[in-house]
Design a protein around this ligand. Structure first.
Ligand code: UD1
Ligand code: CA
Length: 461
């Protein structure tokens, strides 16, 4: 027997009031559908057996999915409900298979729950097994119906509930394991006779029972995992839950937080022991941070590899590599392609792009380095600029070990400054500077003695 999955991701997101597809709304910087895909993969279902039903903003969802892997997608041109969505993916229903159906807007359903529910499904030889949870406040979730003997007989949507049914706290998570045949037989029998005028997938439960099939439930212990986001307030709630869970995981590994304020850590971040994360720090993408670092306050780090003993204070860093004992900030931007070797010091108002900076080099203040290869032990004075772009092409600047770049030096690329060379403050360097030499390019200072008395005062008079 093999397994496949159908993920429903065509919804309009009317309640979210967004112009993007709802499943692209983000929890900790990743679209909800990305979380769902991870869980399905984690349950051992391979990409070619995962079908995603897309509709609203289909192109955006497809583009995002293509970055993750190669999944099958099915177009639902008109949104006529969750049952109608599954009909669009009926090619996925192969006799003998067990098929997982789940919503793209419930990001916390994890692989463990999917596998435990499958276990229950196959052990009990069910035709459908619904993952349920007991929520004290059942909100807008579908309510689980049981008969007098406790047998699971159906799901009633909130809109269709009687007053008594509204009080039921056992809810439908929107995650189901179906036997492919049972689902295939039930779909054509769905009718849109309900408050929403939609083909409800939830009606397949009653249909399967009527046909003599076996229906069961699997109750998730952890009620948070079933939470979905239909509106902005749900989405904020999911972000808060995910944030606290991820911080807890890092604390278990010895990461230090003194406050939770403004800290957002994505789900693929690794942080070493005794590293302190200060308020206002956002860690995104695939970022790895070593031990004994101080990150923050007010820093945004995306797709970076950071060594140990590093201090980043008010730093924005993207797609960069940072060695051990680097100190950067405050107010530093490291743009993609930056490599800072061990012991580098970057001070206030410095921007670095696509450049490699050698061991122990200091770029202390108000400097832009773009497309540069800088050696070890170089010292930049205040206000240095590599002019790397002539309006058409970009060129590199090369600076040898232990060079001294005086304040306000402009380096007009392509240009090279040799080892131990010095550029005088205020120089605009357009020629290569040989090792050990001084390059100076500035007008001489002319002194007009007694100028105040003889010239300026007369003029004023
Ligand atoms: C659905 C369930 C409800 C359950 C809840 C769990 C139905 C009828 N109701 O309600 O019992 O408690 O999920 O979160 O199934 N979608 C499509 N095409 C459509 C309609 C929806 O692809 O035509 C997708 C949406 O993008 C979404 C998912 O299906 O990812 C669920 O749809 P949504 O409208 O959010 O259903 P709920 O009202 O949350
Ligand atoms: Ca929903």
């Amino acid at each position: 027997m093999s397994y496949s999955a159908i993920i429903l991701a065509a919804g309009d997101g009317k309640r979210m009031k967004t112009s993007k597809p709802k499943v692209m709304c983000e929890v900790l910087g990743d679209p909800m559908i990305g979380w769902v895909i991870d869980s399905v993969r984690g349950a051992g279902i391979s990409d070619e057996d995962i079908g995603v039903v897309v509709g609203n903003g289909a192109e955006t969802v497809r583009e995002y999915l293509a970055k993750l892997g190669s999944f099958r997608t099915f177009m639902q041109t008109e949104r006529k409900g969750t049952g109608h969505a599954v009909m669009q993916a009926s090619e996925m229903l192969k006799d003998g298979d067990n098929v997982l159906v789940m919503c793209g807007d419930a990001p916390f359903v994890d692989s463990d729950v999917l596998m435990s529910a499958l276990n229950e499904h196959t052990h009990r030889r069910n035709d459908v097994t619904v993952v349920t949870a007991d929520l004290p406040d059942p909100g807008s979730y579908g309510r689980i119906q049981r008969d007098a003997n406790g047998a699971f007989v159906g799901i009633v949507e909130k809109k269709d509930c009687t007053l008594v049914q509204l009080g039921i706290t056992e809810i439908n998570s929107g995650v189901y394991w179906f036997s492919a045949e049972a689902l295939k037989a039930a779909l054509p029998k769905l009718a849109a006779e309900n408050a929403a005028g939609e083909y409800y997938l939830t009606d397949t439960i009653g249909i399967i029972r009527e046909a003599g099939g076996k229906t069961g439930t699997f109750t998730a212990e952890d009620t948070d995992i079933v939470l979905g986001a239909n509106d902005r307030s749900d989405l904020l709630q999911l972000n808060i839950i995910a944030k606290m869970r991820i911080m807890a995981e890092h604390m278990n590994e010895g990461v230090e937080f003194v406050s939770t304020d403004g800290i957002i850590i994505g789900r693929n971040i690794k942080i070493g022991r005794d590293t302190l994360i200060l308020p206002g720090t956002i860690l995104r993408g695939n970022t790895v941070i070593g031990e004994n670092c101080i990150i923050g306050p007010n820093s945004l780090i995306e797709n970076c590899t950071i060594g140990s003993g590093v201090t980043l204070n008010s730093v924005q860093a993207y797609d960069s590599r940072i060695g051990d004992r680097v100190k950067a900030g405050p107010f530093v931007q490291l743009r993609p392609g930056t490599v800072l070797h061990d012991g580098v010091k970057i001070g206030d108002f410095v921007e670095i792009k696509n450049s490699e900076i050698g061991v122990n080099t200091a770029v202390a203040h108000l400097t832009y380095l773009g497309d540069s290869d800088v050696g070890k032990g170089v010292n930049f004075g205040c206000g240095c600029v590599t002019a790397n772009y002539d309006g058409i092409n970009k060129f590199r600047t090369k600076i040898g070990d232990n060079a001294f770049i005086g304040c306000n030096t402009n380096l007009i690329a392509p240009v090279e400054v040799g080892e131990n060379a010095t550029t005088a403050a205020g120089s605009t360097i357009t020629k290569n500077v040989p090792p050990n030499s001084l390059a100076i390019e500035r007008g001489e200072t002319a002194i007009k003695e007694n100028w105040e008395k003889n010239f300026k005062r007369k003029k004023k008079a």
